[in-house]
Ligand binder design. Structure first.
Ligand code: ASP
Ligand code: MG
Length: 405
């Protein structure tokens, strides 16, 4: 008899029918002899609606009240889900994040989990009941309700699975698993049956939207096996596990397209110690999350620096960089928000030469110019024009034969 923590996202509990389908699935799991703890998100687009309401009512939006508001979405879901379970004869109790033992820091709207003490959940499971826990919430060290941030329910589920010593954490969602690339871009994309924490972490860092990166980080840190799967077809999805020594390491596991970044370039920067340090410290002070950085070879004591930032931070980045550029007598600052980043990820890359060459050749054969490059031990990313991102993705998926099982 195993214990599963199962998380259901917004679309999976969007209405009464969906709630009953989830309840029905819980019934099957219990009939098999396994125990279930559920984590649920707010129904459908409820979180967005609550945020819109706040926009209509308030300019100041105090963090404490925002979190009280947003967490109401999940609170509705847990109560309704328990009612659906009761109707099927399954004993179930709902728990807010606080009741479930989630202690967080005081950073409203994006709180970090400090501790999980799920003794009430454990008692509920031991009593043969289903615990239904509100996702993405907790209580802070100063006793206020906190929200863990958008997509935080994944993190709740993984942290709870660890806290309970569950056998696995299953993330039920509207996609049927992790794919070799975005199936909307590339029709030959395949579902990956098994992938390592490291690979999925790299993928989420460069634009793979699900599951949220934080949850993969927690899963990896505590070795919680993750199963990403569909709440619509109920078919097996993708298992995310520690890389076993005998697990064959695919050279390339996935190609990840991403159009969420923009590029900033500052030209004719004095090439002397402290310039990059100052620029990136100023950006960090404004909470800009810089990703790829390229500095040119210097010419006559001057150089160019380009870097990428999330598009929504482009205006701030431009402002900060322009101010600093004029301070140090650099020339122009230019920005480009029509870039795309395409990444190839694979644990086998670390021990196989030639991946970069194949990637660059493939892009070049398709007439795609590379603007920036960055690498990790198991990833290579290239910045290309946004208009070419789909073509680049398909060509790379093909070149690395990811369409073949
Ligand atoms: N409902 C919240 C959101 O949409 C939390 C979650 O779904 O994980 O961000
Ligand atoms: Mg959600």
């Amino acid at each position: 008899m195993a214990l599963f923590v199962q998380k259901f996202g917004g679309t999976s509990v969007a209405d009464a029918t969906r709630m009953r389908e989830v309840a029905n699935q819980v019934k099957h799991t219990r009939a098999r002899g396994d125990d279930v703890v559920l984590v649920v998100s707010a129904m459908g687009k409820e979180t967005d609606q609550l945020l819109r309401l706040a926009d209509e009512v308030s300019h100041t939006q105090p963090g404490r009240e925002m979190d009280m508001l947003i967490t109401a979405g999940e609170r509705k879901s847990i109560a309704l889900m328990c009612m659906a379970l009761h109707d099927m004869g399954i004993p179930a109790d709902s728990f807010t994040g606080s009741q479930a033992g989630f202690l967080t820091d005081t950073n409203h709207r994006n709180a970090k989990i400090l501790e999980v003490n799920p003794y009430r959940i454990r008692e509920t499971v031991d009593a043969g009941r289903v615990a239904v826990v509100a996702g993405a919430q907790g209580v802070s060290t100063d006793n206020n309700v906190t929200f863990l941030g958008r997509g935080g329910s994944d993190t709740t589920a993984v942290a709870l699975a660890h806290g309970l010593g569950a056998d696995a954490c299953e993330l039920f969602t509207d996609v049927s698993g992790v794919f070799t690339t975005d199936p909307r871009v590339c029709p030959t994309a395949r579902k990956i049956p098994r992938i390592s924490f490291d690979e999925l972490l790299e993928m989420t860092a460069v634009g793979c939207p699900k599951p949220v990166m934080r949850s993969v980080e927690v899963a990896r840190a505590y070795q919680v096996p993750l199963h990403v799967r569909s709440a619509f077809t109920w078919e097996p999805g993708t298992w995310v596990v520690e890389q076993e020594p005998d697990m064959e390491k695919a050279i390339i596991s996935a190609v990840v397209p991403d159009t969420s970044q923009a590029k900033v370039t500052v030209v004719h920067v004095p090439d002397k110690p402290g310039v990059a340090a100052n620029l990136f410290r100023l950006l960090a002070n404004d909470n800009v999350n810089v990703d790829m950085i390229v500095q040119n070879v210097s010419e006559a004591g001057h150089t160019d620096i380009s870097f990428t930032v999330p598009r929504e931070q482009l205006a701030t980045s431009d402002e900060v960089t322009s101010r600093y550029a004029s301070e140090i007598g650099a020339d122009t600052v230019s920005t480009d928000d029509s870039i795309g980043r395409v990444s190839v990820v694979g644990a086998g890359m670390a021990s196989n030469p030639g991946v970069a060459a194949t990637m660059f050749e493939t892009l070049s054969n398709n007439g795609i110019n590379i603007e920036m490059i960055s690498t990790s031990a198991i990833r290579i990313s290239c910045v290309v024009a946004e208009a070419q991102i789909d073509a680049a993705t398909v060509a790379l998926h093909d070149a690395f034969e990811l369409d073949r099982g």
